[in-house]
Design a binder for this molecule. Structure first.
Ligand code: GLU
Length: 514
């Protein structure tokens, strides 16, 4: 049996480090076993999926070097690899489930379902569909069908018994069928839900091992039932622990930047980011580590920082020694400080001067990036030497800001705090990260706050560019990207004064200390 694994991201929003983490573990397992690694795009949620996000996923996984053997851009024997192009396959399989009596049409309206949910909440019972449409008479069913009543397709769930999910890392996990909902498989618009499309594709694409985040383990009973209904052998299931913020909550962009693009923009190396993700929930077997020059150089810095030398390894080394059973289930903490330390080691230990320079060029001193910046600076400088000071913030990760940078005659500390918070909330709703969309968000927020746009923008210039005299704000923000802007605004919020500073008075009375 050839091992086949896949990563199956949904193209909504920025490419997530969690996707890279899943891709890495799937990649290493497949490579270690001499198998194949696939990329499948799960874009059945048409309202939220975008081509821009799809492209960013492809670009960032490629940047990391996690190349796939089959996928939307490289094709393969099971193409297409985008679920939005596989509608007919899901329709056929849904019809098969209806035919075999494992699924049923549900005509319940949104109102009925909302009432049901409320009454279940009041009664403190597990929310879920109550099977109403399972009990329609043949005449009722005919009438609804003849009237073309909108409907969804739901799967049947056994009324009794337990489903035993065999997880590679957790062993047997039991779920009482009473807690498993009669999942919608096909929505009213004819699109499949994740559950149907995922199972059908994993089977047709001959996936042998499903390695994914632990948030999906509660879906496993539904998936295993679907395999049974279709008469298919299920793949081996393995649910990896999720990445955590330092406070142990699920990694979220509110607390930690989560976009791969952010780490790229900050100047992290793909090798270091992958290496760091490889340390999440996994450890390199001691004896397996390569003993090249890099490893020897690592002894000194590794020991000095109290971190084992074996923590620095390449993708090829990880794949060669990968062993899924070494995954530990404690929630791995994504710690930017440690990632930064590791990145420093990669930079110092792995490049000669020419190699280092090449990386800097790839990162930001390249023509594509300069071409984005040139239109902003051309009218503003008289010698090329002015370029550096004017655009340093476009070539930086973090920038340094101080509390006094945010003391403003026109905007009070409270109003400034509110403005920063509202703009950051607005970021979440901005799918289109363009200067026009960013400009519209600022204008709307300034209007709502009753502050003139010019005054409103001043502290944002400082937060983003480090100075109120800078290249145009919205253009600059477009270039920097959403996550880097969010990080800079968050930093500004951390340092800005809470109340107006007390101006030291020459005649201020000195209060003796108690
Ligand atoms: N589309 C799902 C996600 O984005 C895939 C989950 C799975 O691997 O089954 O997480």
């Amino acid at each position: 049996m050839t091992v086949r694994t896949r990563v199956a991201p949904s193209p909504t929003g920025d490419p997530h480090v969690g996707t890279a983490y899943m891709a890495l573990f799937n990649y290493c397992f497949a490579k270690k076993m001499g198998g194949q690694f696939l990329l499948r795009i799960e874009d059945t949620d048409q309202a939220r999926s975008t081509d821009r996000s799809l492209q960013a996923i492809l670009d960032s996984l490629r940047w990391l070097g996690l190349n796939w053997d089959e996928g939307p851009d490289v094709g393969g024997p099971h193409a297409p690899y985008r679920q939005s192009e596989r509608g007919a396959i899901y329709a056929k399989h849904a019809a098969q489930l209806l035919e075999s009596g494992h699924a049923f049409l549900c005509y319940c309206t949104q109102e009925r379902l909302a009432e049901l949910r409320q009454s279940q909440q009041r009664a403190r019972v597990t929310p879920g569909y109550d099977g109403h449409c399972l009990h329609l008479t043949a005449a009722e069913r005919d009438q609804l069908m003849n009237a073309n009543t909108p409907h969804v397709i739901r799967m049947k769930i056994p009324e009794q018994g337990v489903c035993v999910v065999n997880d590679m890392l957790r062993g047997k996990v039991e779920f009482d069928y009473k807690t498993v909902d009669m999942q919608i498989l096909v929505k009213a618009d004819g699109m499949p839900t994740y559950h149907l499309a995922n199972v059908v594709d994993d089977h047709l694409m001959e996936i042998t091992h499903v390695i994914r985040g632990e948030e999906w383990i509660s879906s496993a009973p539904k998936h295993l039932l679907l395999y049974e209904y279709f008469g298919w052998t299920p793949p081996v299931l393995c649910h990896l622990p999720l990445l955590r913020n330092p406070d142990k909550s699920k990694l979220s962009k509110r607390k930690n930047p989560t976009s791969i693009l952010y780490y790229q923009r900050m100047g992290f190396l793909p090798e270091a980011l992958l290496n760091y993700l490889g340390l999440m929930a996994w450890s390199m077997p001691q004896a397996a580590h390569g003993d090249g020059e890099a490893a020897v150089a690592g002894v000194a810095s590794g020991v000095a920082s109290g971190v084992s030398v074996d923590e620095k390894f390449s993708l090829a080394e990880m794949a060669a020694s990968f062993d899924l059973t070494r995954v530990s289930l404690g929630g791995p903490v994504f710690d930017i400080k440690k990632l930064t330390w590791l990145n420093g080691r990669w930079l110092r230990e792995n490049f000669d001067d020419a190699g280092f320079a090449a990386r800097v060029q790839q990162w930001a001193l390249n023509k594509d990036y300069l071409m984005k910046i040139v239109p902003l600076v051309k009218e503003r400088i008289s010698t090329l030497g002015e370029l550096g000071p004017l655009t340093a913030f476009l070539f930086s990760g973090e920038i340094s800001v101080k509390p006094e940078d945010f003391v403003d005659k026109k905007v009070s500390p409270a109003a400034m705090r509110a403005a920063f918070t509202q703009v950051m909330e607005g970021f979440e709703l901005l799918d289109d990260w363009s200067k026009d969309a960013i400009g519209a968000l600022f204008k709307q927020t300034a209007d709502a706050a009753g502050i003139k746009l010019r005054d409103f923008l001043r502290p944002f210039y400082v937060a983003i560019a480090g100075s109120a005299q800078s290249t145009p704000l919205f253009d600059s923000m477009e270039i920097l990207g959403k996550d880097l802007c969010r990080a800079r605004l968050r930093k500004a919020l951390e340092v800005m004064p809470v109340a107006p500073p007390v101006v030291a008075d020459v005649a201020a009375p000195t209060v003796p200390r108690a």
